[in-house]
Design a binder for this molecule. Sequence first.
Ligand SMILES: Nc1nc2c(ncn2[C@@H]2O[C@H](COP(=O)(O)OP(=O)(O)O)[C@@H](O)[C@H]2O)c(=O)[nH]1
Ligand SMILES: [Mg+2]
Length: 387
Amino acid sequence: MKDWRESCRSRVGAKGLFNKLKEKLSGFKESITNRILEKAAGSIPIIGNRSEPAAAQKEIRPASAELPVKTPSENRSGIAGATQVEAVQPTRISIVDKARSLIFEREVILDEKDLEEPLWGLEMALLESDVALPVAEEIVSSVKSSLVGSRKKIGSDTGDLVETALRSALLKVLSKNVFDFDEFIKNAPKPVKILFVGVNGTGKTTSIAKVARYLKDRGYSVVLAAGDTFRAGAIEQLEIHGQRLDLKVIKHKTGGDPAAVIFDAIEYAKAHKKDVVLADTAGRLHTNINLMDQMKKIVRVTKPDMLIFVDEAIAGNDAVERARLFNESVPITGTILTKTDADAKGGSAISIAHVTGKPIIFLGVGQDYPDLVKFDPEWLVERLLGD
Ligand SMILES: Nc1nc2c(ncn2[C@@H]2O[C@H](COP(=O)(O)OP(=O)(O)O)[C@@H](O)[C@H]2O)c(=O)[nH]1
Ligand SMILES: [Mg+2]
């Protein structure tokens, strides 16, 4: 089978996932790199490798008045034996360019003061991208501790140095809570009961259909429970997915008790030896006490093996805050973050697991059934820092 990371890559392919954040991180890399080069330029006599001063001199010669002249033998593009002599045109070399050539294989020590401004810029960039404050602070402090103090060998890898610091800071916050959905399904007693909750319109029903397809593709039998008995048309919406995916949908009438529908779906799954029950619920706001109490009742009656909170990445900090409050009300297993294909900021994807202490399980990356990506911190970091 094709490596799933490869298939994720092709799924989101040209889509501009988290483009704005990506741009900001790249701006940060550039500002630190320039800072390092400026510092190196200002401190060459002190930090330069004293055993090679001549080499350093040679490097900057093009900036001086003494221009190198190509000899005929060096003039490789010329006709052999020709006596044509061609002067290299003087070029304006900036202090950063000069430093770049001088400091290759030399060392610069970055102190807190050097990093103050770029790190402030990084924190602002993260906050503007809807990364939650404690998460932004943790990323900044982790980048700072990898860059400050130790002697850094500066060469062609200056950009790599900053990228490595950013990469490990992001991975640290993203990898705190990882969860292998496939392993869980494989090992859990059947039927595995999965309940989907969240506010209205975030993509619960669509995500249920995507997860159903994901499980079907992996050989599991699935039953759908039409637990959104509140919204007109919600049962029909799930039924259409059921028809398309050839899955049994257990339903009652609109206005019925959602806990009873889901309970029936579980009984059906037991009787027919189905592997997984995916239960839909009505959208509810975390501020609506009655509906939050109803959710608690559904959980009490149906005892789900997984409680998945669904929210949309484009909601940014709101999504993170809702996840936190849902998790406080009924402990969630993790989150499906939808509509990442429409989210340029990426802040909720970076913050939600950290703030709730529960993993992101899948990302929704579009409206079609295969537009579901199993969450992988390394994959996300690659999207943010890769070319
Ligand atoms: N672009 C995009 N749209 C999505 C995604 N997930 C769901 N949607 C759309 O969001 C809208 C609401 O989805 P629905 O599943 O009905 O939300 P629910 O009210 O939470 O059940 C629909 O138009 C879906 O097609 C996603 O990952 N990307
Ligand atoms: Mg729905």
